[in-house]
Design a protein around this ligand. Structure first.
Ligand SMILES: C[S@@+](CC[C@H](N)C(=O)[O-])C[C@H]1O[C@@H](n2cnc3c(N)ncnc32)[C@H](O)[C@@H]1O
Length: 237
C-alpha cells in the first residue's frame, strides 16, 4: 500500500503504522486517549473517527473481543486493514468508511465507544493542514463532536461508556454542556497543556476564533499553549 510510515511511540508502542495522504496522523490527543483507555477482556468497541486505526488496534491489543473502526476517509478500510494485519489484530477489527455511525446497523450496541472525531473549527483545520480532508468539526469545532455524542447513545449497551477528547482549540464548553444534557456521568480523565505553533497562534484565523470566544490559547513567554482533555462519559438519560 502507498503511504508513509509513522512510528507510534505511545501506549503499547513502538508500533509502525501506515498513514496515507488521506489519513489523519496520530497526534498528542491520540496519545492522551490511548493512555487512559480501559478495555476489559472481551468487550465490544466502536472507534468512530478511527483514522489510521491506531486506537482500534490498541483496544484490540488490550483485549477487546471485537472492534469496529469507522472514518470518513476514503481509504480507511485499506489503511486500517493493512495496519491491523501488520500488527496482528486483524481477526478482531472491521473497518468501515462513512459518516459517524451510518455504516453500521442502527441497533448495534457495544460496551465502549471511542469518539475521537475531528473537533477543531473548520477554518483552523484548513489553515493548519492538520486534517487531510481540510475540514474540522464544524464552524466552532463542536458541531461534529455533539452530533457524535447525540448518535452514540443509541449504540451503547446498558453500562457502556464513551471516551471523548476535547480541548480549548474548539468550543469545548458547548460540547461539555451538550454531553451533560445527554449523559448522567461526564468525568475528566486527563488534562494536558500542548504547544501551539506561533505561526498558527499569531494568525488572523486564530485571532478571529479567539475574539469570537470559540477557542482559547494561553501564552507563556514567547510560546503558546492550548489544553487537551480526555473524558469518560456514561449513562445516557
Ligand atoms: C482527530 S482525528 C483522530 C483519528 C484517530 N482516532 C487518531 O487518533 O489518530 C479525527 C478523525 O475523524 C474523522 N472524521 C471526521 N469527520 C468524520 C465523520 N463525519 N465521520 C467519521 N469520521 C470522521 C477524520 O477523518 C479523522 O480521521
Amino acid at each position: 500500500m502507498d503511504g508513509e510510515k509513522f512510528n507510534w511511540k505511545g501506549r503499547l508502542g513502538p508500533m509502525e503504522l501506515l498513514v496515507s495522504g488521506a489519513t489523519f496522523t496520530p497526534s498528542t490527543i491520540t496519545t492522551i486517549m490511548a493512555k487512559d483507555l480501559t478495555i476489559n477482556s472481551g468487550e465490544s468497541v466502536i472507534d468512530v473517527g478511527c483514522g489510521s486505526g491506531i486506537l482500534s488496534i490498541i483496544a484490540a491489543k488490550l483485549g477487546a473481543g471485537s472492534v469496529i473502526g469507522i472514518d470518513q476517509s476514503p481509504d480507511v478500510v485499506d489503511v486500517g486493514n493493512y495496519n491491523a494485519e501488520k500488527l496482528g489484530v486483524a481477526d478482531r477489527i472491521r473497518f468501515y468508511q462513512g459518516d459517524l455511525f451510518s455504516p453500521i446497523p442502527e441497533d448495534l450496541k457495544v460496551d465502549v465507544i471511542i469518539g475521537d472525531v475531528s473537533g477543531i473549527p473548520d477554518t483552523l483545520a484548513n489553515y493548519t493542514g492538520w486534517f487531510p480532508s481540510g475540514k474540522g468539526g464544524g464552524t466552532r469545532g463542536c458541531e461534529l463532536p455533539i452530533r457524535m455524542l447525540t448518535d452514540a447513545a443509541a449504540h451503547l449497551k446498558s453500562g457502556g461508556r464513551i471516551y471523548l477528547p476535547t480541548g480549548t482549540l474548539q468550543d469545548e464548553n458547548k460540547i461539555l454542556e451538550a454531553a451533560r444534557s445527554m449523559y448522567r456521568n461526564v468525568d475528566m480523565l486527563a488534562e494536558r497543556k500542548i504547544p501551539f505553533p506561533n505561526e498558527f497562534a499569531e494568525s488572523d484565523v486564530a485571532r478571529e476564533l479567539i475574539e469570537s470566544g470559540t477557542i482559547s490559547i494561553a501564552s507563556r513567554g514567547t510560546r503558546y499553549l492550548w489544553i487537551g482533555r480526555a473524558w469518560l462519559i456514561s449513562e445516557p438519560y
